[in-house]
Design a protein around this ligand. Structure first.
Ligand code: SF4
Length: 389
């Protein structure tokens, strides 16, 4: 795969051509000696590398390890993942959060089986056409599995590059990110398997440096193999670069949820097609819920009437819980709603629904917000629970 010659942004000062070879050797020697032994580094299987890369987005290595092992034991190859029922995939993912990643993984696996004879595509174009596969994931999988000359740029690499070049500004700004991408390509060793290393090893070395030495706070510059090339360090700016991102103003959201409970202690979970609460529950099974203002109980009763044709005789407030989803600070307001009979379960849009024992909710593919509500209902419901006569 030929690499396009990348333009080096004029303002980005990186090791000059004469010192590039030395820079690469220092980093690769360090990586070979110091890299953490991680299961996805012991393989060139693109499927396993892909799973690790998707799990590692937004999640720390230590937290990913047990999930990675369990997931691969359950879905050892792309065909197994493609044909698994979606709830099984979500269940294996439960706890990692951001469930859209798991859904996209499975959709992409199905596409790989259908269009690529069950083999992860080898070209950037085909990899990018898969659901949920962006530039970073494609470059990581293709370079590590097939030595494709593609530079990765994630948060760790961006921080290292910004410090090496003493680059000011918010690295997440699209224009800055593009310059960093050019810089990452400029640093990538020129041809696969050329001395001193391969694109896969190089990319992992850059990410490892960012994850273990050039950390967001208090970078360990004394242990850094490329400290002599670092402009931020020479200027004493390693703690100020990259500049902190302006935080989005948090938005407060109040969400009332109904835990319907029948005499057999079964409840109703729904999966509506739309509605403001869907993203807050990661588009998974959830209790019937609605965003409310100051009259939580009244608005929830109205929602139950409109969506389930249910006139609740009783709505017992349970202990509220806090939940944060990106910039939204959610106050969860659960209500226990005793019923003689749950509304019919439905298998179709606009709102799929199902009956399940309340005690089982924690074991279902649900978001952490739903599990918080279930726990509040189990704890608080014991005392308050009374059936209508
Ligand atoms: Fe990062 Fe310090 Fe190394 Fe510069 S010298 S790349 S700031 S760890």
């Amino acid at each position: 795969m030929a690499r396009k010659k990348s333009a080096i942004p004029r303002a980005l000062v990186l090791p000059p051509a004469g010192r590039l070879r030395q820079f690469r050797r220092k980093l690769l020697d360090w990586f070979r000696a110091r890299q953490r032994a991680l299961p996805w580094r012991a393989t060139h299987d693109p499927y396993r590398i892909w799973i690790s890369e998707v799990m590692l987005q937004q999640t720390r290595v230590a937290a990913v390890l047990p999930y990675y092992r369990r997931f691969l034991a359950r879905f050892p190859n792309v065909r197994a993942l493609a044909r698994a029922p979606e709830p099984d995939v979500l269940e294996a993912w439960a706890g990692l959060g951001y469930y859209s990643r798991a859904r996209n993984l499975q959709r992409a696996a199905q596409e790989i089986v259908r269009k690529h004879r069950s083999r992860f595509p080898r070209t950037l174009e085909d990899a990018l056409a898969l659901p949920g596969v962006g530039r970073y994931t494609a470059a990581a999988v293709l370079s590590i599995a097939f030595d494709a000359p593609l530079a990765v740029l994630d948060g760790n690499v961006a921080r290292v590059l910004a410090r090496l070049a003493a680059l000011r500004g918010d690295v997440r700004q699209p224009a800055v990110w593009r310059r960093l991408q050019s810089a990452a390509e400029h640093l990538l060793p020129p041809t696969p398997r050329a001395t001193p290393g391969t694109p896969g090893a190089w990319n992992q070395a850059m990410m490892e440096l960012g994850a273990t030495v050039c950390t967001p706070r208090a970078p360990a510059c004394r242990e850094c193999p490329v400290a002599n090339f670092c402009r931020a360090r020479s200027m004493g700016l390693q703690e100020q670069i990259p500049e902190k991102r302006a935080k989005r103003t948090p938005v407060d959201v109040r969400l009332a949820a109904a835990v319907l409970l029948d005499p057999l202690r079964r409840t109703l979970l729904v999966r509506p097609e739309g509605g403001a609460s869907r993203d807050l529950f990661s588009r998974m099974w959830q209790f019937p819920a609605v965003e409310v203002g100051s009259g939580a109980e009244r608005e929830l009763r109205r929602h139950l009437r409109d969506s389930l044709a249910l006139d609740a005789a009783e709505c017992v407030p349970l202990r509220a819980a806090r939940h944060t989803v990106t910039f939204r600070r959610v106050t969860l307001l659960p209500f226990l709603v005793p019923v003689e009979k749950l509304p019919e379960a439905r298998r179709a849009a606009p709102a799929e629904s199902t009956h399940i024992a309340l005690a089982e909710v924690e074991r279902w593919p649900t978001s952490s917000a739903t599990r918080k509500i279930a726990r509040a209902a189990i704890r608080g419901g014991q005392a308050a629970f009374r059936f209508p006569r």
